[in-house]
Design a binder for this molecule. Structure first.
Ligand code: 3HC
Length: 316
């Protein structure tokens, strides 16, 4: 064994010990290249999802039915922008550049969540996104607060607090609509019918078709499998649907006494594959809008850089 080999082995052992003891890996620590690449992939996708995720609801900002609803929606969209920024900052601690990640998003080399490729057809969609989409995001993201990579785990703490407000505002909006007219109740049911299955798909493919889960679990990036979190979400959501007075569009949904959980039907995995490939109902529109916003913002980035340079020079 060469000195380099033994040095490398010691670094690997130390990394494994830190992860095994549930301590945090920090940016300056040695880490395997594959661990770093996995984190960059996941954190970048997550950041892109937060930023692209502003679009479906942003569609309703100018048409919110009251000043109160508009202020809530505006605050929520701003929170999502903030989440994107924390996450890009967390990714940058791994040696990548945010500008480069954005380029990869807009030229299709990096992904974002499938859920944001569906249209928001009525204002009830705003409520259902809060309840189901943010609810699913919370289920998936609370365990990420215990992720082995320190900057990602810490970013998730604040993000989850804000997501929990987002979920509650969605549920409160839906409760209000359900207390309204027959037409408003029908609008909520229609939105639930459209968003239920895509929300289940947010958790990713079934465990047997998830190439990354095993390794990410071993590294304690992911703390639960996709199917475990999907089940947790269904168990949490069914009683909320009953309280709300809506039907979830799944005839297979049934309480399983033995397991102490809800049985549910199989999502259409071919649809998820198509959406991930870029063939969902709104993929092209979402990416195009992101590209246009990035290009429109070029002058702001240039001005900020010029200002920073001017300050640096005057400090010399
Ligand atoms: N949408 C798009 N791509 C998806 C996906 C989805 N719902 N689910 C899985 N994929 C992709 C994966 O990225 C992977 O592709 P890649 O290897 O090219 O990156 C492939 O499908 C196989 O899936 P795996 O299960 O093997 O992948 P992961 O182990 O990475 O698990 C994940 C996928 C559960 C989404 C995981 O990456 C994760 O937990 N990410 C962090 C949370 C996140 O990004 N959430 C997105 C929503 S953010 C949000 O909801 C904002 C809020 O404001 C509502």
């Amino acid at each position: 064994m060469t000195a380099t080999d033994s040095g490398e082995r010691a670094l690997e052992d130390r990394f494994e010990a830190v992860v095994g003891a549930d301590q945090r890996v920090e940016p300056r620590d040695w880490m395997p290249e594959a661990y770093r690449a996995t984190l960059v992939r996941q954190i970048a996708q997550h950041a892109h999802s937060e930023i692209i995720g502003m679009q479906p609801e942003g569609n309703w900002l100018t048409r919110a039915p009251s000043l109160r609803r508009k202020a809530i929606l505006l605050a929520k969209a701003q929170d999502e922008a903030g989440h994107g920024l924390y996450l890009y900052a967390a990714a940058e601690t791994l040696g990548v550049d945010r500008a480069e990640l954005t380029e990869k998003l807009i030229d299709g080399r990096q992904k974002y969540s499938s859920i944001f490729n569906y249209p928001t057809l009525t204002f009830a969609d705003v409520g259902v996104i809060g309840w189901l989409v943010d609810g699913a995001a919370i289920c998936n993201q609370v365990p990420l607060c215990r992720c082995s990579y320190g900057p990602y785990a810490r970013a998730m703490v604040r993000i989850c607090k804000e997501e929990s407000f987002h979920q509650r505002q969605g549920y409160e909006l839906l409760m209000t609509l359900m207390r309204g007219t027959e037409a408003q109740r029908a609008m909520v049911q229609d939105a639930v019918d459209r968003w239920w299955w895509p929300s289940l798909m947010m958790f990713g493919p079934p465990d047997g078709d998830s190439p990354n889960t095993e390794r990410s679990m071993a590294w304690r990036i992911k703390r639960h499998t996709n199917d475990e979190l999907r089940q947790r979400f269904v168990d949490m959501t069914v009683p909320q649907a009953q309280h709300l007075g809506v039907t979830l569009p799944d005839p297979a949904l049934a309480w399983n006494e033995e397991r102490g959980g809800w049985d549910f039907g199989e999502p259409d995995w071919s649809e998820l594959k198509q959406v991930i490939k870029g063939n969902g109902p709104c993929n092209a529109e979402r990416v195009e809008r992101r590209r246009a916003a990035h290009e429109d913002g070029a002058w702001v980035r240039e001005a900020a850089l010029a200002h920073a340079e001017k300050k640096r020079r005057s400090a010399q």
